[in-house]
Design a protein around this ligand. Structure first.
Ligand code: PDD
Length: 276
């Protein structure tokens, strides 16, 4: 098993991090999770573009060009001989230096690795439960930052309540999930929070908006309330690992008839075709 670092491809065991590493001590870095279907990267350029946007937003310079990074990721995939469904995790941090809040003058640290990851086939068919949680995060959630404490706490609460996801809201306005974007369908209109600074601009979110238009749904990038969420005809969440995941129950109340909705199904089928 190999991983990619700024110094090239090395074995997983040979990655050694100093204790004074800014990702470890400050969460001072950004990351991406990229899907691999049958050995092929999905939405690769979209993820790499977002990585560079996140890095720029925290004034972190990525020490290689996009093309070079993409070429290296393909090399890593070949070296690992990835043929199945998998995912790639990558992160870049502000480097290793004696602990001080302000930026050090040292090179950044980068690594990327892959691991097998099956599609969540059964939940995709059956749908999942969700709970509501306060969105207590900062204003710049479009940055895919390593600082995930509020997300982790919300997800853990969901898990303890037997739910798959925590749907976050700020004063009753739904923003996104703890690790996903949230959509509702009401009277054949698809709603999702606009791609503002306070949510992550999901790669799957963008694809779904395009697919919805093709499928003849009206699309509104307009925020909705938790009441509208609970009253929706259909609800689903999207992410790289969860794809288009139907939500059939929120805080114990059923969405629609408590089964994945037909428009959600249509989008799932279109998604499967496109992501191959
Ligand atoms: N999370 N919103 C948040 C807060 C997320 O963490 C994610 C993805 C998304 C969906 O983005 P995308 O469609 O690009 O995967 C939305 C990844 C999968 C994770 O942290 O594991």
């Amino acid at each position: 098993d190999y991983l990619l670092t700024q110094d090239g491809i090395i074995t997983k065991e040979s990655l050694l991090y100093p204790f004074e590493e800014r990702g470890l001590q400050f969460g001072d870095g950004v990351y991406e999770v990229i899907r691999i279907y049958q050995g092929t990267f999905d939405l690769l350029e979209e993820h790499i573009d977002r990585l560079y946007r996140s890095a720029e937003a925290i004034r972190l310079e990525v020490p290689f060009a996009k093309d070079a990074l993409i070429a290296s990721l393909h090399q890593l995939s070949e070296k690992n001989d990835v043929q199945t469904d998998a995912k790639l995790y990558l992160q870049i941090t502000r480097g290793s230096a004696p602990r001080e809040h302000s930026f050090p003058d040292v090179p950044s640290n980068f690594y990327a690795y892959m691991e097998p990851s099956e599609r969540p086939v059964s939940p995709l068919q059956q749908g999942v439960r969700a709970v509501l949680a306060d969105d207590i995060r900062w204003d710049l959630c479009y940055i895919k930052s390593l600082n995930l404490l509020p997300n982790i706490l919300a997800k853990q609460t969901a898990k303890e309540k037997g739910a798959f996801e925590a749907i976050l809201h700020k004063n009753g306005t739904v923003t996104e999930g703890s690790s996903s974007n949230v959509f509702i369908i009401k009277d054949k209109i698809l709603f999702t929070h606009p791609a503002a600074e306070n949510i992550l601009h999901g790669c799957v979110r963008s694809r779904v908006l395009a697919l919805a238009l093709k499928a003849g749904l009206q699309v509104k990038e307009t925020a909705f309330t938790t009441d509208q969420l609970l009253q929706a005809d259909e609800v689903f969440i999207t992410s790289t690992t969860s794809e288009i995941m139907p939500v059939i129950e929120i805080e114990g109340s059923l969405i629609g008839n408590g089964k994945p909705g037909s428009d959600t199904r249509t989008l799932q089928l279109a998604y499967e075709k496109e992501s191959g």
